[in-house]
Write a protein that binds this ligand. Structure first.
Ligand code: IFM
Length: 514
């Protein structure tokens, strides 16, 4: 029984020693008992009686079922494919219906690094992966966040803010557990919008609208209220700004107007206003006591809120004053970098992920080239992030380079920290780099959009995903894209390719030429 949380853990173990020809074999069986010691014992007895070969066959069968939804097939170098699949295995292992209280810690349950805490890695990096491949698990993540909403209200109040402030790091009980000396508890505030965006994505892509009515609307309006309470009027610039934040890039903790945070905060406030005006959410509006006067204040603020824009050369300044920092990255290390333009992971590129349509390909490419040169990869998030962003910009050679390095991160222990647990978020972003980047997939509320972007080094790429509860399979080769709808699907799927719309019936296939 765990000390703080009173949870029963039941694991039993049994060995079997026998002769097989000239060999003496020792088999070791182990079973976890669904929190119940008797069940653990009977499971291990049953496994021992069945024997090793039968257990192995069952194991393979069970994994094939799990992998079916997340399987991706591409003909990269085997070491990279191996690393990619290793990651998929961990993403599959990290979720189960028993884990509603834990969220998805950044190391899964594989190591003590970061004390099993949940960060934005779950909301921003891993959630979309589960949404596309295992929507039921995605809903559990929403329930986990919503289940802690009262603690998040208390968290906002700790900093004299209003509404809901999601802690930068939390565990089972929703309390903030980030080490105070990092000065991030009150500054790493994008996580509230990262969490809210999950509810929108889930609503758009699954069509299961209950989650928005029962949880999402309240959550989004409350995080919108939180940002409003953090925004300040600048007399100097005659606009509303978001000062005193910690950049997600992790090397600039005391900054103003960070692009990533402001772009997400702006989305959050606008979406909160939209929901508040929609009669179907009036229960949530009443519950949080949002009245017309407060709403019109929100409108006034968002109408004149500053989000950094591309400059004349197309580059977006990550935060106020970033361009004036030292460009000399020689000798830069984690402990010596805040005076420079070095970033652990590039915020501006991450900011494009949800708002790609608002920035032209040319702007995204220019920012990609600028910021990958500033990235010193102190985090496991930067390699797959660069792969994803590069592939979405059609810069496939660069993207492949980053994907390869990312896929080997744990198997080769690149950052010398795998002993503290594997890098779960990187695995999810690898999937996105392959499927959304090279696979050309964009899921929208009203359609599945595809484009052709197979790397010249690959001859094929197969993957599958869920949209509105329908399972869809994609096969790409040098001729084009085949889109297959599972036989068990119920509705016709709108597929958009080269600006043309197709309707794909259950069990049918369409061929899209390159
Ligand atoms: O959440 C990340 C952070 O952005 C960079 N440092 C590691 C954390 C966990 O992956």
């Amino acid at each position: 029984r765990t000390r703080g949380t009173d949870v029963n853990i039941a694991i039993s173990q049994k060995t079997k020693l026998y002769k097989s020809g000239k060999k003496t074999v020792l088999d070791l069986f182990c079973a976890a008992g669904d929190f119940d010691a008797d069940k653990a014992v009977s499971a291990v007895n049953e496994a021992c009686d069945a024997g090793y070969d039968k257990c192995l066959a069952r194991h393979v069968k069970a994994w094939n079922v799990k992998f079916k939804d997340t399987w991706v097939d591409f003909d990269e170098n085997p070491a990279i494919v191996q690393g990619f699949n290793f990651g998929q295995m961990h993403l599959n292992m990290a979720v189960d219906s028993v884990w509603t209280q834990t969220g998805v810690p950044i190391k899964g349950l594989t190591g003590h690094g970061y004390r099993f805490a949940v960060f934005w890695d779950m909301d921003f990096h891993m959630f979309p992966y589960y949404l596309y491949t295992k929507p039921d698990f995605a809903k559990l993540i929403l329930q986990y966040r919503y289940g802690q909403i009262d603690k998040y209200r208390e968290n906002a109040a700790r900093w004299n803010a209003k509404g809901v402030q999601v802690p930068w790091e939390t565990q089972n009980d929703g309390r903030e557990v980030t080490a105070p000396w990092l000065c991030l508890q009150e500054r790493e505030i994008h996580i509230s919008a990262d969490a809210s965006y999950m509810f929108k994505l889930y609503d758009d892509i699954t069509g299961d609208h209950d989650a928005m009515v029962e949880m999402g609307a309240e959550f989004i309006m409350e995080t919108g209220r939180f940002y409003i309470s953090r925004i300040r009027w600048s007399d100097k610039n005659r606009r509303y700004e978001l000062p005193d934040i910690g950049c997600p890039d992790q090397y600039h903790t005391f900054a103003d107007n960070n692009f990533f945070i402001s772009v997400l905060a702006a989305w959050n406030i606008r979406y909160a206003i939209e929901l508040a005006q929609d009669p179907q959410y009036k229960g949530a509006v009443r519950k949080i006591g949002l009245d017309d006067a407060e709403l019109s204040e929100w409108r006034k603020i968002i109408g004149n809120f500053y989000v950094p824009k591309p400059g004349r050369n197309g580059i977006i300044e990550e935060f106020d004053g970033y361009f004036k920092l030292s460009e000399d990255l020689g000798g830069i290390s984690e402990l010596y970098c805040s005076h420079s333009q070095a970033v652990k992971q590039p915020d501006v590129l991450a900011g494009f992920a949800y708002f790609e349509d608002e920035y032209s390909l040319d702007i995204r490419r220019r920012n990609y080239r600028f910021y990958v040169d500033k990235t010193i990869h102190g985090s496991s998030l930067s390699l797959p992030g660069n792969a994803f962003c590069g592939a979405r910009c059609g810069l496939n050679d660069e993207a492949l380079y980053y994907l390869g390095r990312s896929c080997r991160m744990d198997l080769d222990d690149v950052n010398l920290d795998t002993e503290r647990g594997v890098h779960m978020s990187g695995y999810a972003v690898q999937w996105f780099a392959v499927v959304n980047g090279f696979g050309g997939l964009t899921l929208k509320k009203d359609a599945v959009c595809l484009s052709y972007n197979l790397p010249r080094q690959w001859s094929k790429l197969d993957y599958s995903f869920y949209w509105k509860g329908q399972h869809i399979f994609i096969q790409i080769d040098s001729n084009g894209i085949n889109v297959l709808s599972d036989k068990g699907n119920k509705i016709k799927i709108p597929v958009v390719y080269k600006r043309k719309k197709y309707l794909l019936a259950p069990g049918k296939k369409i061929k899209l030429r390159k």
